[in-house]
Design a protein around this ligand. Structure first.
Ligand code: SF4
Length: 148
């Protein structure tokens, strides 16, 4: 089955916020019908796709590994989820992503430093890094694209 082409893949936990943003601007009219969003964005949650539990302990990246605050190494789970989220983005023909900031999966440009002390450092979450390397334009809920 052919998937509808969407410009944006969006962190699933942000979808409601992005919809609100769209509703404020040029897509106010489209807000009257959820179906109008077809072809604009599709959502994905890499950690959900990896079947990580909800709720789950905080996780941060340290020296290339994804560690949970309770001491587990979840790197392989996070990579599996990121790869599945990439598949969704590619299947839908997305070229840009709007991602949840600071997350070890979705964070763009700045993430927590692995010390669980709320300290930020330069870097991307695992999925964000895959998207960046694949040439996607990256945005966050703080820096939304101006032309949607
Ligand atoms: Fe899922 Fe976390 Fe990314 Fe939100 S920030 S979409 S919960 S992986």
């Amino acid at each position: 089955m052919t998937m509808p082409v969407c410009r944006f893949v969006v962190s699933a936990c942000l979808a409601g916020e992005v919809q609100k943003y769209l509703a404020r601007g040029m897509y106010e009219e489209a807000m009257r019908s959820a179906q109008r969003y077809e072809g604009i964005f599709v959502t994905a949650c890499p950690e959900g796709l990896a079947c990580l539990p909800v709720p789950r302990p905080p996780c941060e990246i340290r020296e290339g590994r994804v560690l949970s605050q309770d001491g587990r190494d979840l790197t392989e789970d996070f990579f599996r989820g990121a790869r599945l989220a990439m598949e969704i983005a590619r299947k839908h023909g997305c070229t840009a992503a709007i991602l949840k900031r600071r997350s070890p999966s979705c964070g763009v440009g700045r993430i927590y430093d692995g010390t669980f002390s709320r300290t930020l450092c330069p870097g991307d979450g695992l999925w964000a890094r895959m998207l960046r390397e694949a040439g996607f334009a990256l945005y966050t809920e703080e820096h939304l694209p101006e032309d949607i």
